[in-house]
Design a protein around this ligand. Structure first.
Ligand SMILES: [Mn+2]
Length: 397
């Protein structure tokens, strides 16, 4: 029954489970990402832990802010899960943890190695799979949940919902999870899509609602509503909330798009950029990435051969934590289609490598091959652009 799990992953998962059961925590914290995959990841982990007798509180983070991580890891004896977030900063998490807490990372973002034996990263990228195509954060959480207990097979639909963020089809591990979910009637095929049997809701439908609740509703309890919807189905209140948030975002998108068509993007040799400033005030900063993805397909607006870089101001308040010390901005990168094969062949740097290198020493970058983001102090915007240009000039001759 558990043959869907690659052997090396299973070994590492059982090591994590052994540590978890030895720690016998009554409570755990789940730090999770703010998009649909992040909410599904948190929901799977929360439910699986509940079945394990562990009460978990969830804490949604748009980014791994060092001061927040330092604070969360300052105490000892805690059990902390990272769901759909954390791998890209396993080194930083290790630095602040110093063996004090058991931290289990369930993620699919490009990983950095953990330096603390108490920080266990179960990202399947460590076992030869690709987080861009083969599995999502929710898939990783699901495989861990299944290693905990076969009962958690009923959560397979959430792995599929989270995996809708991966373009194309269910491939690799995701394909196996889909087959397993179909075989056990957790989901049913409906035309080209799949319906969650117990909710009579299609997976893409739940996915798009969660994208809005988590990302747009970040500052107004959207993530909690979303996690609840993952486990109990979409309530009437949740649907209404989605509608309000969606309208607000649409208006902001429309005025930004109008502005960009009028003013055009600013260009340097390899980069085209814009600054949304406070146009998305009140909404989570994830929306800037979603907007950059959208314009990457607008042939009349963008140049096909330049990286797209979009800035947005980051509110200093982190819900249920406190205020960040510095004024930050977020920059999202997306790449137009013609650049993708050049990244694949290694001729051009991936989106995450570009930002990671360009923000060295002042920014926190993470993401994937074609999509990534970084948060940085407001006064470092120009430095980021210059560094990225230098890097691309070197690579591109
Ligand atoms: Mn994800």
């Amino acid at each position: 029954m558990s043959h869907t799990q690659p052997e090396e992953f299973r070994k590492k998962a059982f090591q994590a489970i052994t540590e978890l059961r030895a720690a016998k925590p009554k409570e755990a914290t789940i730090i999770h990402h703010d998009d649909a995959d992040g909410l599904c990841s948190a929901a799977i982990t929360k439910k699986a832990l509940k079945r394990e007798g562990v009460k978990a509180k969830t804490f949604c983070l748009e980014k791994i802010y060092p001061e927040v991580i330092e604070d969360l890891h300052s105490e000892s004896g805690q059990t902390i899960f990272y769901a759909d977030i954390g791998s890209s900063h396993a080194d930083l998490i290790s630095k602040y943890n110093e063996g004090k807490n058991l931290a289990i990372i369930l993620d699919h973002h490009d990983p950095k190695p953990s330096k603390d034996p108490k920080v266990l990263d179960l990202n399947l990228e460590h076992f030869g799979f690709r987080g861009e195509t083969d599995f999502s954060g929710a898939t990783c959480c699901y495989l861990f949940a299944k290693a905990l207990s076969d009962k958690n097979l009923d959560l397979s639909y959430l792995a599929l919902v989270g995996s809708c963020e991966i373009p194309k089809d269910f491939l690799g591990i995701n394909r196996t999870v889909l087959e397993e979910a179909l075989r056990n009637d957790v989901v049913q095929q409906k035309g080209k899509s799949f319906e969650i049997t117990k909710f009579k809701t299609r997976i893409n439908n739940l996915f798009s609602k969660l994208q809005i609740l988590g990302a747009v509703g970040y500052y107004e309890g959207g993530p909690e509503i979303g996690i609840n919807a993952c486990l109990e189905g979409l309530s009437k209140e949740a649907k209404e909330k989605v509608k309000i948030l969606e309208t607000r975002r649409k208006e902001a998108n429309r005025s930004l798009l109008g502005r960009l068509y009028r003013e055009r993007l600013k260009e340097t040799e390899h980069i085209q950029r814009f600054d949304a400033g406070d146009m998305y005030a009140g909404m989570g900063t994830k929306v800037i990435g979603q907007f950059c993805s959208f314009i990457s397909y607008q042939a009349r607006l963008i140049k096909p051969n330049k990286y797209i870089l979009g800035f947005v101001n980051v509110p200093s308040k982190i819900p249920s934590w406190g205020k960040l010390k510095e004024n930050l901005v977020k920059a999202s990168v997306r790449v137009p289609k013609p650049i993708k094969p050049q990244i694949d062949s290694g001729k051009l740097p991936s989106a995450v490598n570009l930002l990671d290198e360009a923000s060295e020493g002042f920014g926190i970058a993470d993401g994937h091959q074609y999509a990534a983001s970084v948060t940085l102090p407001t006064n470092k915007k120009q430095t980021l652009i210059e560094n990225a240009e230098k890097q691309l000039a070197r690579r591109n001759c």
